[in-house]
Design a protein around this ligand. Structure first.
Ligand code: ZN
Length: 161
C-alpha cells in the first residue's frame, strides 16, 4: 500500500477547524495536488501530520507547538488609547502595525479595550490553538525525478512547463 512520504505527489482535500469553526478548506471538488516535503501551500503542521497515511479519509489533530506555535505571553502588551494614531478606531480584532524591540515591523491586534487601557497581542492569530484537520487523500504517486529537482508537481494540478 502506498503511503504519503517525502517526494510523493499527493492529491487531497482538507478542512481546518479551530475552536469548532472551519477557518480554511479546499474548494469542493478541487483537491490540491502537492509534492510532499515541499508543500509550502499546505497550512501549518498538516504536511508533517499526514506523513505515513494511505489513501482515504483522515482526521488529525495538530497541537499548537507543531502548528503555528505556542502563545507567547511576552508578545502581549499594554498600551493606552493615546498611543494610537489620532483618528484611528481602536476596537477588539483591529490590526495595527507596530515595531518590536529591535525596531522591526510587527503586526499586532487589539484583544481588549477597557476605558483608556488597550491590550495588544502580537502573536499569530492561531498561536496556542490546536489545529483540527479532516479531509480525504485521493491518491498518492511517486514523484518523477524532474518534479523532485524542480520542487513542484508537473501536469494535472501542478505546473505546466
Ligand atoms: Zn517544474
Amino acid at each position: 500500500m502506498r503511503i504519503i512520504q517525502r517526494n510523493t505527489v499527493v492529491r487531497l482535500e482538507y478542512a481546518l477547524e479551530v475552536d469548532g469553526e472551519i477557518i480554511d478548506e479546499t474548494l469542493a471538488g478541487e483537491p490540491l495536488v502537492v509534492l510532499w516535503g515541499h508543500a509550502h501551500e499546505l497550512p501549518p503542521g498538516l504536511e508533517e501530520a499526514l506523513e505515513g497515511y494511505p489513501r482515504g479519509k483522515f482526521q488529525v489533530s495538530v497541537p499548537a507547538e507543531r502548528g503555528v506555535g505556542i502563545h507567547r505571553p511576552e508578545k502581549v502588551s499594554q498600551a493606552r488609547l493615546a498611543d494610537f494614531p489620532a483618528g484611528s478606531t481602536v476596537a477588539v480584532g483591529k490590526e495595527f502595525l507596530t515595531r518590536d524591540d529591535e525596531g522591526r515591523p510587527l503586526g499586532a491586534r487589539v484583544t481588549v479595550v477597557e476605558g483608556e487601557e488597550v491590550t495588544v497581542d502580537a502573536n499569530p492569530r492561531l498561536a496556542g490553538k490546536t489545529l483540527a484537520y479532516s479531509g480525504l487523500i485521493h491518491d498518492i504517486r511517486e514523484a518523477t525525478a524532474e518534479e523532485i529537482e524542480h520542487g513542484h508537481v508537473h501536469g494535472e494540478g501542478g505546473v505546466e512547463h
